[in-house]
Write a protein of this length. Structure first.
Length: 405
């Protein structure tokens, strides 16, 4: 009973928590972490991304702060991985969370024998990660290579691969583990469910860093992961990635703020799967883009970033009342038309709006999962031009286009 009384009585409760934290070696974040204090730290959060943050461990006089990168789990609730650039940062963190990854651990002798240039290069599992690097590193000097390289649409990346200045680590049909051992990157950037070396006896030789950009509901949140990739390289790259993202965010917000509202223009997205309509929810990436472009997304009231499932009968009613249908698909060969879309699945005829207006991003013709993820400002400009009444000229070829009949 006495113990319960202490916890319920406010002054004693505060004292108990502080003593407990000191015993554990952890304190609350501080505005100015003190160099040499093992329990002093502060957080620096990104502007839009929800899946990562930096922990500032110390701020030595006249030097860059010493930091680590904390990456959340897929639900964005708990820290799953903490990444350190070196053993100094590792040893400074008295309040670690999740799995701890050291990019340049002093205990790894094999890793230390590589040149500093090789040690600053990142290998990528996803084509999106290449685009997020190239957004601030146009020469891709910090890209070691990647997997599934046949799907990479970056001209620079393909040139480096053809000149063997970047490594093809496989992935289709399987990873080239020998290349991964002989050409070790500073880190292998993966999806949280896609670690290709998880069961290998030598897996500890290569730092594994999960990148969760695909889970971000905001277009700028996805692009902001370029900052995390810059941090993985060094402070100079971190600074460059910050500058690149800040300019993208500035352009995005400028376009969004200048958009006219076309609330009466109703748009739906998605496709038929197993007899139901599947579409992104109202808290999703594409829903945010459409809202920022000034139109109404018909599934806005279906909260969440996950796909929603709608009975086909209900979707037929929704489709007839909408003004346009938008979709992302892969279509090779002849140009994509409304008629060819209807021929893909006869049920599409039931969903087609009475206006017969369909806009699409064909991933065989535009790098929707690469360059366009890293440039949400360009994607918003594309959609704004698409729905706007006035003609406008884009700096790049559009990804979304109205389909001809």
């Amino acid at each position: 009973m006495y113990f319960k009384f202490i916890l319920r009585y406010h002054p004693f409760r505060v004292s108990f928590i502080l003593v407990f934290a000191l015993v554990q070696g952890c304190q609350s974040p501080q505005e100015a972490p003190t160099f040499g204090s093992e329990s002093s730290f502060n957080y620096q959060s990104p502007s839009f991304a929800q899946g990562f943050r930096w922990k500032i461990l110390a701020a030595p006089p006249a030097q860059e702060p010493i930091s680590c990168l904390e990456i959340f789990d897929v639900a964005f609730e708990h820290i799953e991985t903490t990444v350190y650039r070196d053993s100094i940062a590792f040893n400074l963190d008295s309040c670690p969370s999740g799995e701890r990854v050291v990019l340049r651990g002093v205990s790894n002798e094999d890793f230390q024998t590589q040149t500093s240039r090789q040690r600053s290069k990142l290998a990528t599992l996803s084509t999106t990660h290449v685009a997020l690097l190239e957004a601030w590193d146009d020469s891709l000097e910090h890209w070691a290579g990647g997997s599934f390289v046949d799907y990479i649409q970056s001209d620079r990346a393909q040139l480096l691969l053809s000149q063997e200045e970047a490594i093809n680590y496989g992935g289709n049909p399987e990873w080239d583990l020998e290349m991964l051992i002989s050409h070790q990157p500073a880190a292998l950037c993966i999806y949280p469910f896609g670690n290709p070396i998880n069961d290998a006896s030598w897996a500890s030789m290569i730092p594994i860093v999960p990148i969760l950009e695909y889970l971000e509901p905001h277009p700028l949140g996805r692009a902001e992961w370029m900052k995390a990739l810059g941090w993985l390289v060094n402070d100079s790259a971190w600074h460059r990635s910050n500058l690149a993202f800040d300019e993208i965010a500035r352009k995005y917000e400028s376009i969004r703020n200048s958009n006219r509202n076309h609330d009466e223009f109703r748009v739906f997205t998605g496709s038929v799967e197993q007899g139901e309509w599947h579409a992104p929810g109202g808290g999703s990436f594409i829903a945010t883009l459409l809202r920022d472009a000034g139109v109404t997304y018909v599934f806005d009231d279906r909260l969440g970033r996950e796909n929603v499932r709608i009975p086909l009968e209900e979707m037929i009613e929704i489709g007839t009342q909408a003004d346009a249908w938008g979709l992302v698909l892969q279509h090779a060969g002849d140009s994509l038309t409304i008629e060819s879309l209807l021929q893909k699945d006869e049920r599409n005829r039931l969903i087609l709006p009475n206006t017969r207006r369909v806009f699409a991003a064909n991933t065989t013709q535009c790098d929707y999962f690469g360059w366009w993820v890293a440039r949400p400002d360009a994607m918003l400009e594309n959609l704004t031009c698409l729905f706007g009444e006035d003609s406008c000229v884009m700096d790049s070829e559009p990804c979304f286009n109205w389909l001809p009949e």
